[in-house]
Design a protein. Structure first.
Length: 170
């Protein structure tokens, strides 16, 4: 049933992309969709719990960060001689996982002046380019806070053995 739903959604997307809702468009969309699903079968899905209170806190934090980062970038653009101190900050996740990495990197990509340049395949470390890196420790604290809020919103409150050993070493 799930595959049938994906087939229908891809076919509709095809028809919207072409702007034609004709039998020929539907048939070609169906053929392309079936080929895509055969060549690139979807992997298993994981159930993610969304905690409403955590999600509201995360959205509030993101809105405030988007507003402030827009102001910082606009100020840099409008200055006659912008004084940019660019840099890359590595952040090791305390709660690694594909869900946490996906949400964090998406939020970072939305924020003006920041961009994820690398996320390890094992989902434990992300590298973030910061356009105006004035305070490295402040940027690290900001990434740690974002991670805490994402974990609280997703309900991903598990830690791994390596996380415990990392905390003991520090």
């Amino acid at each position: 049933m799930r595959s049938a739903g994906q087939l229908v959604m891809l076919t509709l997307l095809w028809m919207f992309a072409w702007g034609a809702f004709t039998p020929a468009s539907a048939l070609s969309g169906l053929a392309v969709s079936a080929a895509l699903l055969a060549l690139f079968p979807p992997g298993p899905t994981q159930r993610v719990r969304l905690r409403p209170f955590g999600a509201v806190r995360l959205v509030g934090y993101v809105v405030v960060q988007l507003l402030s980062s827009n102001l910082v970038v606009a100020r840099q653009i409008l200055q006659p001689r912008p004084s940019l101190r660019q840099g890359v900050v590595a952040h090791r996740l305390s709660v690694p996982g594909a869900e946490v990495v996906t949400v964090m990197t998406t939020i970072i990509a939305l924020s003006p002046g920041t961009m994820v340049v690398d996320a390890n395949a094992d989902s434990t470390t992300i590298h973030v380019h910061v356009l105006n890196l004035v305070d490295v420790e402040g940027a690290r604290r900001s990434l740690q806070r974002l991670e805490r809020l994402v974990v609280a919103a997703l309900g991903a409150d598990r830690t791994t053995e390596t996380d415990h050993s990392l905390r003991e070493d520090q």
